[in-house]
Design a protein around this ligand. Structure first.
Ligand code: DX5
Ligand code: ZN
Length: 216
């Protein structure tokens, strides 16, 4: 049974309170928060003032996905939110090992995120040190995009690397996740499903969360 981490990016920003109340009632374990800086990705989402308001209302674990350059500058601020998981991009961190250490020293779980073009093999020397690998299954920056098919093979390659190295890292996927792609991703070895549009744009978001949770 996968962990489900609905992405707030697809929520109604004019009424976040209602959407967070829905998440609190739902069977989702985590809430996925997408921070974009307009530099690392060609879009800007929300920043700390919004995250602080969300963190106060949300009873689920916060899964923060930083699509920003120099994410290490914000470790303290992410920790102050009470975040459970801080995900940084491999492509944004020339000193990834140090950043992972700093996230752990701050008392959070550390996730490393790969863009669609970045192969799983670059994780060979860091896989033992991370708590999660977040595979982007679309190009980061926007919700509602089409799932990249090659991601299925990537999940399998990552599962093989984790088994070979006896790493405890979870596999999370993000982008274009729905009932159909979600099923194949879980079959391939995914532990955590992020879903934005599929959950928040649905008539009954709580049912969509139950559907994703029931995939095996
Ligand atoms: C994209 C974000 C995703 C996004 C996914 O850059 O990282 O978390 O919200 O949206 P959907 O599920 O609509 O593809
Ligand atoms: Zn994300």
């Amino acid at each position: 049974m996968p962990i489900v981490s609905p992405s707030l990016l697809a929520a109604n920003f004019a009424d976040l309170k209602s959407d967070i109340a829905m998440i609190n009632r739902s069977e989702a374990e985590w809430l996925h928060l997408d921070v974009m800086d307009g530099v690392f990705v060609p879009n800007i989402s929300f920043g700390f003032p919004v995250l602080e308001a969300v963190a106060k209302l949300c009873e689920k674990k916060l899964d923060v996905h930083l699509m920003i350059v120099e994410p290490e500058k914000f470790i303290k601020q992410v920790k102050a939110l009470g975040a459970y998981m801080m995900n940084v991009h491999y492509e944004a961190c020339p000193h990834l090992h140090r950043v992972i250490q700093q996230i752990h020293e701050a008392g959070m779980k550390a996730g490393v995120t790969l863009n669609p073009h970045t192969p799983v093999c670059v994780l060979e020397d860091i896989i033992q040190d991370v708590d999660m690998v977040l595979l982007m299954t679309v190009n980061p920056g926007f919700g509602g995009q089409k799932f990249i098919e090659h991601s299925i093979e990537k999940v399998k390659a990552l599962r093989a690397l984790i088994e070979r190295t006896k790493s405890n890292a979870l596999i999370e996927v993000d982008g274009g996740v729905n009932g159909e792609t979600g099923k194949r991703l879980v079959e391939a070895g995914t532990d955590v499903l992020v879903a934005g549009s599929y959950v928040f744009k649905a008539d009954n978001p709580e049912e969509k969360i139950i559907e994703l949770k029931s995939l095996s």
